[in-house]
Each structure stands twice: as C-alpha cells, then as structure tokens.
Design a protein around this ligand. Structure first.
Ligand SMILES: *Cc1c(COP(=O)(O)O)cnc(C)c1O
Length: 360
C-alpha cells in the first residue's frame, strides 16, 4: 500500500519499563512504553494524532461509551522474523473492517493512510518490545470510543482513538490442543440486522455468559448458531469457523451476522492456492451431525489472529457428542497454521503481498 508521508509527533517515556523475558509472556496483561492517541469529533473527524507514554486515560463517569457501548476495536499483530524484520499482517484489512465497524456504530471513520502510519510508527517506536522467541508476537489493539460526558442516547459528538501494544506468548506453547466445544442452543451472539459483523464491545459483553457456562461444563468455548432458527453455524467463541467436509473447505458466508476475519479470508485464499474447493455457504448443525456420522466431516477448526488455527476435537449438541478425527489434528489445519505463521514471519514467500514491513 502506498502511503503518503505522515509524521506523527512522539513524546518518549523518560524511563522505559523493564521488558518481560520472552518465556514469561502471557496474553494482554503487559503493555509497551507508548501508545497512539487522537481526538475525534462527529463533525470534524480526527485531530491531534500523537504517540505518547502508555498510561491511564481520564474519563468522566458520564462518558457515553461506558453507558451505551458506542465503542469499536481491532486486533492484529506484529511479528519478528528470523531476519529480525518486523512485519504487520494485512493491516489494511483491519483498517477497512474498523471503518465498517465505525459506520455501523456511528463512529467517525479514520483515514486509512493515517491509521496505517499510526500502526507502523507506534510499532517502530516500541520495536524492541516485539518478542523474538518462536510463536511470540506483539498484539496490537486499536480502539475508538464515544467520549462525550452526556447521558443522552445519541451518537457522541466527541471520540477518543488509541492504539496500545502488548507482547504476547506463543498461543501453542505446548502444541495444538484440539478444543472441546459446546454448541450453544440457548444464547445467541448475533441476529440478522444486528451488530454481529462489527467488532464492537457489546458483542463481547453479550457473549460472556455463554462462555462462562460452557467452561463450567468442561468446554473450552461455544459454537454459535444463528439467532433466529438456531440451526445455522456461525462462529466459534470469538473465531470464525471452517470445516473440511469430504474434499471441500466450507465456511459460513459473511451475510452480516458474523465477523469477517482476516484469518478466515487468508485461510480461504491459501486453501484455493493448495487447489482445494472452497465454499462459503450456510452450514446447519444437522449437516455437521450427519457428516460426522457418515465419516465425511474430516476437520473442524476456528480461525483468528490470536491462535491462527484452532482445531476442534469435539462438538457437544443437545446431549450428543461428535468426535472429530478422534480428537487428532487434521492435515489441513496443520498446513494452514504452518504456512500462515511462516508467511507472517517472512519464512515463506509472501505471494499475495500480505505483509507490511515496519521500518526501523
Ligand atoms: C476478531 C474476531 C474474529 C477473527 O478475526 P481475525 O481478523 O481473523 O482475527 C472472529 N470472530 C469474532 C467475533 C471476532 O471478534
């Protein structure tokens, strides 16, 4: 992507924090020295982009986002290759999705060139925080929220945008662990016409209880069904879901109720590159049960930035248990994980121009 030169002013920390060792990393509890901030207005867009020391924001109790959930976010990563280069993976897809979420939640859109410049310059400032150990990465979290101190139910007139960074552990430090999943037939995460395709805070708040109940029953996550008939498969936890049925890679279509994952899109492209047939089509839980019984359900896996590929080993639905490959990891799951991870870290040629280098 061609970016015009956008120089963002930087105020550096006086004393950098001690960085955790790569083998002490977890997820999302350690933050780097700096963050990106800018201020938004409904009528005038975004202003005063700046990189400043990471620290608390000061908010009034009346802040709109806290009351009415007018808040959107993104999630992507920077990866350090064995060549020591730091790369972002398809950031323009996250930026485009952010602006789709913004449109849905009445948040002003962010200029894509400014957004990309902010990502690259912030990661460059905290480049030493990009961990080196295999599988580790720097998680990047852009957020925009409504900041008016005003209890009217209406779109805020003012906004805050920030990007924060967090070095994270390898997701599979102990190898792939296929997940046991409960098919959720009571709660729904999304409905036709709702906000399911937006990355917005409320979608997560609304899905916590189902996740808690599934975990209490011994499952890692829930498989979400559509909100009307509770019949069509949509997502798994906060990942997209895909199936190998016969020789075909199948994933539910993005028709407004599911989040269009960058990993999902990349996995579909890689599978096409492998010569597989790929179908984005509705999948019912009934079709899955039948495919499991007749042996054609060969693989089930989630896709998302955090895990890349998350194999599913078991689905529980209304008292019935569907074992997938007897809990073993499928060949496509493994190949996709290996290839995507390798492209992200510059170990495989980037045939589709997916990686964006972060300059020193
Ligand atoms: C972020 C997210 C995903 C995965 O998107 P990626 O861009 O692949 O990380 C899937 N489902 C939900 C609900 C999400 O919020």
């Amino acid at each position: 992507m061609q970016t015009k030169q956008i120089e963002i002013p930087v105020t550096r920390v006086r004393r950098p924090k001690p960085r955790p060792l790569d083998d002490q990393l977890g997820f999302g509890q350690v933050f780097t020295d700096h963050m990106f901030l800018m201020d938004g207005a409904a009528d005038a867009g975004w202003s005063d982009p700046r990189i400043v020391p990471y620290g608390p924001l000061s908010l009034e109790p009346a802040t709109v986002a806290l009351h009415y959930g007018q808040s959107i976010f993104e999630g992507l990563k920077a990866y350090r290759g064995e060549d020591d280069a730091v790369r972002l993976f398809r950031p323009e897809r996250n930026i485009a999705r952010f602006n789709r979420s913004a449109a849905r939640l009445c948040v002003p859109p962010v200029d894509p060139d400014l957004f990309l410049a902010a990502l690259k310059q912030l990661v460059a400032v905290d480049r030493e925080w990009v961990p080196r150990a295999p599988g580790t990465s720097l998680y990047i979290r852009p957020v925009a929220f409504a900041s008016d101190p005003d209890l009217h139910v209406r779109p805020s007139r003012t906004y805050c945008f920030f990007i924060m960074l967090s070095p994270v552990a390898a997701y599979y430090a102990e190898g792939f662990r296929p997940l046991r999943i409960r098919v959720e037939d009571r709660y729904a995460r999304s409905v036709r016409g709702g906000t399911g395709a937006a990355k917005t805070a409320g979608n997560y708040a609304g899905s916590l209880l189902a996740g808690e109940e599934a975990q209490a029953a011994g499952f890692a996550q829930v498989l979400w069904l559509d909100g009307i008939r509770q019949e069509y498969v949509e997502e798994v936890g906060s990942m997209n879901i895909a199936f190998v049925i016969g020789d075909e890679l199948v994933t539910p279509p993005a028709t407004g109720t599911l989040l269009e994952g960058v990993t999902r899109e990349s996995v579909l492209q890689l599978a096409r590159d492998y010569g597989m047939t790929v179908a984005e089509r509705p999948v019912t839980i009934g079709e899955l049960l039948a495919a499991a019984r007749d042996g054609t359900l060969r693989e089930v896996f989630g896709t998302g930035t955090a895990a890349v590929i998350s194999p599913v080993g078991e689905l529980a639905y209304k008292g019935e248990r569907i074992r997938v490959r007897d809990g073993a990891v499928g060949a496509l799951s493994r190949r996709l994980f290996d290839d995507l991870s390798a492209i992200q870290r510059g170990r495989l040629p980037d045939r589709h121009g997916w990686t964006v280098p972060v300059e020193d």
